[in-house]
Design a protein around this ligand. Structure first.
Ligand code: ATP
Ligand code: MG
Length: 385
């Protein structure tokens, strides 16, 4: 029997006049993701169809669909001619390994097909009970699964039982571009994923402090970036050398402001890079109160050096919930590998938890802020995934 994958999308419905634009983006994103595989693609009303694929590629295709923001669900369907007996045989083969309660849902776009939808459902149900009556029962109110028959005008009927839930969200490219500050930790990759799911195209920036942080730390960030890229139709990573900035702060400024000042440099550099790349926002993995540098006073201090919006999708998340998402998107195991982050180099014993902005500015006056920023921006290495 022929097979097809029915893809359904979600919030796109809500977009009124923009709908065409969103559908086009999602279609392009699916095609980019399935590049190199054999299949045919058809757009139908509110759905896409993948047909003529190799059976052996089914898992590969569906693994990719599960990572595309904007896809709500998909179902693997058997495709048969609009003929009751054929529909029954397809339904029978799908119920072979099933038990529990079910109902039949018939959708009859082909109005020449007889019997009508209601009668088809009833007939199909009773024929299935004849075969599987020992382990299947009908429950139209709260069934364990449904047997669906979509009888289409073009002479094809799609029969399916299972629906797989995907990411939902919005197609990547529908919500502008942002620059993610990515560390090797748990939080920032999750923050990137959250924005990708809302349709934002991402670039990533990582601050590296060679030789204080080694090659392994950089490799880890590359690995994490690549994983986020799977949800983003590919991604670019910019690695910036942070060593001289940290050394300058360490040498010239009060120890308690080390992290506060580092954050301000990171923000300024990120904003410059974002501007030159056409990114419209800066994204961080901060979560309120998680560590000393994530108090509202610290956030105020780092926000005050940039004009661009700073998005913090995890600001109100508990660590336990962030970890759950990181497991789901398969970044957790990489994130917990031991590594040094530039933030752990020159870590003060008693960091300022509520940094006083005037004192911070006074400490910063000891530094050649512009010179250090330009030097860092000249050190950028780019990686494409
Ligand atoms: P994460 O798990 O993302 O590392 P964290 O809980 O360790 O976060 P911090 O070290 O305070 O928190 O960092 C806060 C945010 O600052 C990070 O989520 C990330 O967005 C950014 N950040 C921290 N270190 C770096 C770095 N080396 N390069 C780029 N961004 C960084
Ligand atoms: Mg960290």
């Amino acid at each position: 029997m022929e097979q097809a994958i029915i893809i359904r999308y979600c919030e796109i419905h809500l977009k009124g006049k923009n709908r065409g634009h969103f559908e086009k983006l999602l279609k392009e994103n699916i095609k980019r993701s399935l590049k190199g595989l054999k299949y045919t693609f058809t757009a139908m009303h509110s759905r896409y169809l993948i047909e003529d694929f190799n059976d052996a590629d089914y898992e590969i295709i569906t693994d990719k669909l599960k990572k595309i923001p904007g896809i709500h669900t998909f179902s693997k369907a058997l495709v048969v001619p609009n003929d009751f007996e054929e529909i029954f045989l397809a339904a029978k083969s799908l119920c072979e390994n099933k038990s529990g309660t079910f109902k039949v849902i018939t959708n009859r776009a082909d109005k020449n097909f007889s019997p009508n939808s209601m009668q088809t459902s009833m007939l199909l149900g009773s024929r299935l009970l004849e075969v599987f009556g020992d382990r299947l029962k009908v429950d139209v109110k709260n069934p364990d699964f449904s047997v669906n028959a979509d009888i289409r005008e073009d002479g094809k009927t799609f029969v399916y039982t299972d629906t797989v839930h995907c990411l939902s969200g919005m197609p990547v490219g529908s919500a502008g571009k942002g620059l993610l500050l990515i560390s090797g930790g748990i939080d920032s990759p999750v923050a990137g994923y959250m924005m990708a799911k809302r349709g934002m195209k991402l670039d990533c920036i990582h601050f590296h402090s060679f030789p204080y942080t080694g090659e392994a730390a950089k490799e880890k960030v590359k690995e994490l970036t690549k994983k986020i890229g799977e949800y983003n139709g590919g991604i670019n990573l910019y690695v910036v050398s942070f060593t001289h900035i940290q050394e300058a702060i360490h040498k010239n400024c009060p120890e308690e402001f080390m992290i506060t000042l580092m954050r301000r440099f990171m923000m300024r550099i990120a904003e410059r890079l974002a501007e030159s790349n056409g990114d419209q926002a800066i994204i961080t993995g901060e979560s309120l109160g998680q560590v000393a540098s994530q108090t509202i006073e610290s956030i105020t201090s780092s926000n005050s050096v940039v004009k661009m919006p700073v998005l913090r999708p995890l600001i109100a998340f508990d660590k336990i919930d962030i970890i759950e998402i990181s497991r789901k998107i398969d970044t957790y195991e990489t994130s917990i590998l031991p590594y040094e982050d530039c933030c752990t180099v020159f870590l003060p014993k008693f960091p300022a938890i509520k940094p006083n902005i005037e004192k911070v500015k006074k400490a910063e006056d000891k530094l050649d802020v512009e010179g250090l920023i330009s030097e860092a921006l000249n050190s950028v290495e780019k990686y494409e995934f």
